[in-house]
Design a protein around this ligand. Structure first.
Ligand code: HEC
Length: 136
């Protein structure tokens, strides 16, 4: 009897994991922190959940590289710009997006790259990045 119940639970968990986007509880990273770089660089098994993907976009050198200038929880970080912890509370979504897409709109002399305007990141990548930034 008991083993049958365990088998049912196992089957249910397997079904949940097989859902196209997976339950978000299956995230490979804790919200509010940078993911483990090893998870991001695992090309054979790339992260499937949006938050981990967004965090990877933030820390990957060829993508956001945000931690080169900003203190990012959980990453070895620079501090040329303000710490990113709490950005999701400091700015409404549209301003957060605008600051990533074209920071010169807020400071014409900024050293921060215009990720959207210069297509350093795709629209989809920016949305994933924003979703992750909001967890910080
Ligand atoms: C070359 C350095 C540099 C990089 C790389 C960089 N930023 Fe910035 N960022 C800055 C600086 C400096 C500021 C302060 C305002 C200004 O000068 O534009 C800033 C400001 C911000 C702000 C406004 C924060 C606030 O509290 O006022 C956000 C949000 C932000 N950056 C997000 C990001 C994200 C996300 C990335 C990666 C996709 C990133 N930045 C990459 C330098 C950088």
């Amino acid at each position: 009897m008991r083993s049958k119940r365990i088998a049912t639970i196992t089957a249910l968990v397997a079904m949940l994991c097989a859902l196209p986007n997976g339950p978000s509880a299956m995230a490979q990273t804790a919200p509010g922190r940078a993911p483990d770089p090893a998870i991001c660089s695992d090309k054979a098994n790339p992260p499937k959940d949006t938050l981990t993907q967004g965090g990877c976009i933030a820390i990957e050198r060829a993508k956001g590289n945000c931690d080169a200038c900003h203190v990012v929880p959980g990453a070895a970080s620079g501090n040329i710009g303000p710490a990113l912890a709490g950005v999701g509370r400091r700015f409404p979504d549209n301003e957060l997006r605008a600051r990533v897409e074209d920071p010169a709109r807020f400071n014409p002399l900024t050293v921060m790259p215009p990720y959207g305007k210069h297509e350093i990141l795709t629209r989809e990548e920016i949305e994933k990045l924003i979703a992750w930034l909001k967890t910080l």
